[in-house]
Design a protein around this ligand. Sequence first.
Ligand SMILES: [Zn+2]
Ligand SMILES: [Zn+2]
Length: 96
Amino acid sequence: MSRSIVTDYEGICFFCGKEAEGKHHLIFGTGKRELCDKDGLTVPICNGCHNLGEASSRVHGNPMAEKLSKMLGQAVYEGRIGTREEFRKRYGKSYL
Ligand SMILES: [Zn+2]
Ligand SMILES: [Zn+2]
């Protein structure tokens, strides 16, 4: 498991700035969390922003936020790791 390549502030919720309580994998779904761990495509997150807050202010269960999360993951991958084609092969599809 590697550290996040998305943010240097591991202890702070990426979305609201409160103390982080867990880790969100920017791209999720079967097998993809593990890839995100290897690639560092994770962000620190508080429980409210992750999945315990209201639907409009959390990532999971919020279709627009889930989509943006995957798009951000791919954008960071393409900026720091590899090409779109390599992303597509590794994660099974392109979100951009
Ligand atoms: Zn938060
Ligand atoms: Zn998550």
